[in-house]
Design a protein around this ligand. Sequence first.
Ligand code: LMR
Length: 394
Amino acid sequence: MLETLQPQPADKILALVQAYREDPRETKIDLGVGVYKDATGLTPVMRAVKAAEHKLWEEQDTKVYTGLAGDPAFADAMINLVLGDAVARDSVAAAATPGGTGAVRQAFELIQMARPDARIFVSDPTWPNHLSILKYLGMQVVPYRYFDNDSRGVDAQGMLDDLAQAKEGDVILLHGCCHNPTGANLSAPEWDAVIALLQKTGATPMIDIAYQGFGDGLEADAAATRKVAFSVPECLIAASCSKNFGIYRERTGLLMAVSADQSARGLNQGTLAYLNRQNFSFPPDHGARLVTMILTDPTLRADWQAELEEVRQTMLGLRTQLATELQQRAGSDRFGFLAQHRGMFSRLGTTPEMVEKLRADHAVYMVGDSRMNIAGLNAQTVPILAQAIVEVGI
Ligand code: LMR
């Protein structure tokens, strides 16, 4: 039976991990998959996570199933982290999921159950796995303009013009902060314009927020998501704990369905639990429990926030250093956008041929669309990268 299977395309981001590993050159630089690395190249377990794990090991006396939607305390803690007091708690249905990707997948399935003919408007470009999952589910995708390759910022007018085509029953997928793969983000007034358009068209926003705390800070990064959720009748939010808690392999995420009509919550909650049951029954609990412990214990929380802020500042420092090195070596300000972008990623805005040249001639690994993981750099490798970019003629 299985001989009928067709080979599937390799994931472009994950394929890079393997190619990098196999490269024997000592000077190689990995700017591929989105994981944070410290100056020594390690993706550390955060201090608060270690402390919570220790406590959990001592205190946990059962590993019996949680609820289908995970532990309600995790949902409460995460809703508070992402939404603050922007909406009433009893307007939010929520289910824990295996990572942010799990939340995205469940959200798409929820949309498909509710509106099989919904069109999903996605930024051009977006995280490739959004497109891959949508294709797998057979859902309709409508790209909207987002990245302006000249300024390396957001083409806000193009975006608004394209989104004006959406209508009630369609979904507009937005990145809450730290846009992946470009690093270019909407300003506060541009978010307001998107919200006005959501209100006008009646389309439902779905927000993917995977990097809260990596851009302008924990609160600032959630501001747009909160404003959207507050301003529209219905909103889906897929949140990830992979990056900001550094618990990538624990697969910890939350899908939220916010409804201004609070009577809808019961139906939404039941449907989220049902969807979990069909796909994997109970969501993973270990990471979710650590996150709950950290967010509800003032000491652990303060330490986590302090370390997350160190991570954010490190990435900002690398951005500034890279923009400065390039300015000096290229004798031009054309790379200034690197210091303006936020989050882990920046799209350099060059061709796949140049990306390949960087790999072949300089052992620099980035995604083919010229997305760089800024956290893959350190103070020593920044000048090497800057030199490589100038030498290949970008
Ligand atoms: C990325 O975009 O590199 C991360 O979100 C990791 C992934 O799963 O692709």
